[in-house]
Design a protein around this ligand. Structure first.
Ligand code: PRP
Length: 184
């Protein structure tokens, strides 16, 4: 155990399982985008790790861009408020856009993002998410491929943070409730 693992109660998804899921999602996207160069749109900040591994696992040409949106503060529940902090650099009209998300929780961020992107008339939008929470009250939003359906617990690692920490943990872990209390 290293310093960055402190506060993690248990490992939910091991590194090897993540690698396998990333390979499967990359193969799915290669098949979906044959003969085209998709624009992978990573949703900052959490998706950087997934994006980085996913694009390297793909065999097709890709271009990448990023958007930054905000839906959470340092809290552990969704606020439902979505703001665009950084928009795309590239024009997506007529292009095949692949939205790359680390986690779909309430679905509000993705719903907002998809509406926003659709207005720019891309040829097609595909959505991949490494994690999707099992939440009965989540909005019904387009997700074409998911790595893992996970229970409604606060997860960190592989890009996901708590109060800015744990993004550099290589697995997905569940935060110990005492760690949450310590830092509020
Ligand atoms: C996370 C995640 C999604 C969003 C999902 O981002 O990356 O974008 O929350 O939640 P929702 O489905 O309830 O809307 P967050 O706002 O925590 O920002 P971060 O990626 O910078 O940590």
């Amino acid at each position: 155990m290293t310093r960055k693992d402190e506060g993690i109660g248990r490992i939910l998804i091991e590194e090897a399982e993540i690698r396998e899921a990333v390979r499967e999602i990359a193969a799915f996207l290669d098949a979906e985008t044959t003969g085209r160069t998709p624009l992978l749109v990573g949703v900052l900040t959490g998706a950087v790790t997934f994006m980085s591994d996913l694009m390297r696992a793909m065999e097709n040409h890709v271009e990448i861009d990023f958007m930054a949106v905000s839906s959470y503060g340092d809290d552990t529940t969704s606020s439902g408020v979505v703001r665009i902090l950084k928009d795309l650099n590239k024009d997506i009209a007529g292009r095949h856009v692949v939205v790359v998300e680390d986690i779909v929780d309430s679905g509000l961020t993705l719903q907002y993002l998809l509406d926003h992107l659709a207005r720019r008339e891309p040829a097609r939008i595909t959505v991949v998410a490494l994690l999707r929470k099992n939440k009965p009250d989540a909005v019904d939003v387009q997700v074409d491929r998911t790595g893992f359906d996970i229970p409604d617990e606060f997860v960190v690692g592989y890009g996901l943070d708590y109060a800015g920490r744990y993004r550099n943990v290589p697995y997905i872990g569940v935060l110990d409730p005492s760690a949450i209390r310590e830092w509020v």
